[in-house]
Design a protein around this ligand. Structure first.
Ligand code: TEU
Ligand code: CA
Length: 558
């Protein structure tokens, strides 16, 4: 079925780092308003806004202390209403982050909950007594350490899958669910067009919260089996659909790490009435050695293609994909999957070609459209985000090599995505009049929006062209996906077809030039090179040719 959220292109905004309008060094809503023309020029028509709710900012807004108030640094509810209004008058849609696996420990519900064992809000969170003088179970938190924190006041532990200032809500309690549904309706009635649902596959935990099997190592154990895609998750989401989502023409995308394609279809198959799409994050873990984020290894291009093919083929005619190569939680896509030195422009354009021609809704993360890169701060004092700081402290505690620790942080830190948006070459990159809350990447002198707009061959203009092509050709949106078999691991090719319209995509994922031969069974009479990331393309013959480093070709055939 045709849907606006399948046809649109999403631009993700991390408000703290996007544009500071009032000179306090922190991005804000009025900063976004000032840049809507820019996003519109690019051609994106949906904005996903990371959390802007009131928060003590222990995890940059993913620790909410009031769902009905805008964070002071970001502006006011009037600014938010203006943003919705301005976007709608441009025929753009706005989706907000929904963070309901946990709240801040400064949320009034938690303040009441921790005050005594017998109060109306005690059961809003997950409290347990000690077990054998220790934490109630052996689960490892996503941000390191135990998921349990002891609270003196009542002598019990509370559960937090993330940081200790992010206590998990108890979704088994129907009063919690009703409060969340009420809040969602409140925002939808204000006019927002949907939600990106944070960690939505973690709401339901195994009853009894049992230990995870010991992994032989000393310490806490990753216990995904007890909280990912848990026993009641689909019941909750169907209830949410019946009580909230089903009543509106909106877009929903659930963040679902470590989820199989079969499990994914339970969330998104149209007849199940749950969500529109999910972020499975497989691609985001491709370089995790032993499944560990802080143990990165080189990724294999064959795995890269396999993951994409697997999702494209298993969702076809059954569900709808989200296509993204990074987010506010990930390193910069060009640094990770392309090259951020000699072939930065070529590889960023190659990745753009991939993002805009697969089946699914594309998500562009702020700065991706100008090829922003990872940053490498020398001092840990310049890093801001909690997961990185926890990892650094853990390394100190275990006497790991400091230089190696910093190298790992340079590669993996979430702050890679969170340095200020690079608008121009001035001292603070045009992001702010004053020193920003996190340092700008020094390469803003060369990599910035002003430069990108002025250069008609820039990554920005290439994205713009791709978005136009996608808008003009229904096959690039709804067309069937067929992988084209290629022996070379570094060459990735596929066809998109819709009735007589066919598009052939050929990508070189690597820096080495490589040959390409189109299989004989793919027949065509006419061909037209629609886009290539090198200025002169050898477009005469598509059956057999050589691809330059990170070369990308989009060819229309009939
Ligand atoms: O991230 C959830 C998640 O799965 C993280 O563990 C993610 O894999 C990790 O950040 C990668 O390093 C979401 C949000 O996107 C993230 O920003 C929040 O910190 C987190 O939930 C807690 O709300
Ligand atoms: Ca500001």
């Amino acid at each position: 079925m045709r849907k606006w959220w399948k046809e649109g292109v999403v631009y993700q905004i991390y408000p703290r780092s996007f544009m500071d309008s009032n000179g306090d060094g922190i991005g804000d809503i009025r900063g976004i308003l000032a840049k809507l023309d820019y996003i519109q020029l690019l051609g994106a028509d949906i904005i996903w806004l990371n959390p802007v709710y009131k928060s003590p900012n222990y995890d940059n807004g993913y620790d909410i202390s009031d769902y009905y108030t805008i964070m002071e640094e970001f502006g006011t509810m009037a600014d938010m209403e203006e943003l919705i209004y301005e976007m709608h008058s441009r025929e753009m849609k706005l989706i907000m982050d929904l963070v309901v696996n946990h709240t801040s420990d400064e949320h009034p519900w938690f303040i009441k909950s921790r005050a005594s064992k017998k109060n109306d809000y005690r059961d809003f969170y997950c409290w347990r007594p000690a077990k054998n003088n220790r934490e109630p179970n052996n689960w490892l938190s996503w941000f390191g350490g135990s998921v349990w924190d002891y609270d003196d006041k009542t002598g019990e532990y509370y559960l937090h899958l993330f940081g200790n200032k992010q206590p998990d809500l108890n979704w088994e309690n129907s009063r919690v669910r009703e409060e969340i549904y009420k809040m969602m309706r409140w925002w939808l009635d204000k006019g927002i067009d949907g939600f990106r649902m944070d960690t939505i596959n973690m709401l339901s935990k195994t009853p009894g919260l049992p230990d995870a099997p010991d992994d032989g190592k000393d310490g806490y154990v990753f216990a995904g089996r007890h909280f990912l895609n848990g026993p009641c998750i689909h019941e909750y989401l169907q209830e949410m659909y019946n009580k909230v989502l089903g009543g509106y023409d909106i877009m929903t995308v659930g963040e679902c790490p470590k989820t199989s394609t079969d499990e994914a279809l339970k969330y998104i198959a149209e007849d199940r009435n749950e969500l529109n799409m999910i972020f499975p994050l497989d691609l985001m873990e491709i370089d995790y050695g032993n499944g560990e984020k802080w143990n990165p290894v080189a990724f294999r291009p064959a795995d890269f293609k396999d993951i994409i093919n697997k999702w494209q083929l298993s969702m076809q005619n059954k569900g709808w994909n989200s296509i993204s190569l990074m987010s506010h939680d990930q390193p910069r896509a060009v640094s990770r999957f392309g090259s951020d030195s000699a072939y930065r422009e070529e590889s960023a354009k190659m990745l753009a070609t991939l993002e805009l021609t697969l089946q699914g809704t594309p998500y562009i993360y702020q700065g991706e459209e100008i090829g922003m890169t990872n940053v490498a701060f020398n001092s840990i004092d310049d890093y801001r985000e909690i997961e990185t700081l926890n990892y650094f402290n853990d390394s100190l505690k275990h006497h790991r090599d400091r230089e190696k620790t910093m190298k790992t942080i340079h590669r993996q830190s979430r702050d890679n995505a969170r340095t200020p948006m690079q608008w121009d070459s001035s001292a603070n990159a045009g992001f702010s009049r004053v020193t920003p809350w996190i340092k700008v990447n020094q390469n803003h002198k060369e990599i910035n929006v002003r430069q990108a707009l002025d250069d008609k061959h820039s990554i920005f203009h290439y994205y713009k062209k791709l978005i136009q092509l996608r808008n003009e050709n229904i096959a690039l949106i709804y067309g069937e996906y067929h992988p084209v078999p290629v022996a070379d691991d570094f060459i990735f090719s596929y066809l998109r077809s819709f009735n007589q319209e066919r598009f052939l995509v050929i990508l070189n994922l690597g820096v080495v030039a490589a040959g390409f031969t189109l299989p004989d069974n793919i027949k065509y009479r006419r061909q037209k090179l629609l886009l290539c990331n090198y200025q002169v393309a050898e477009s005469d013959n598509i059956r057999e040719f050589s691809l330059r480093p990170f070369e990308a070709r989009l060819i229309g055939i009939s």
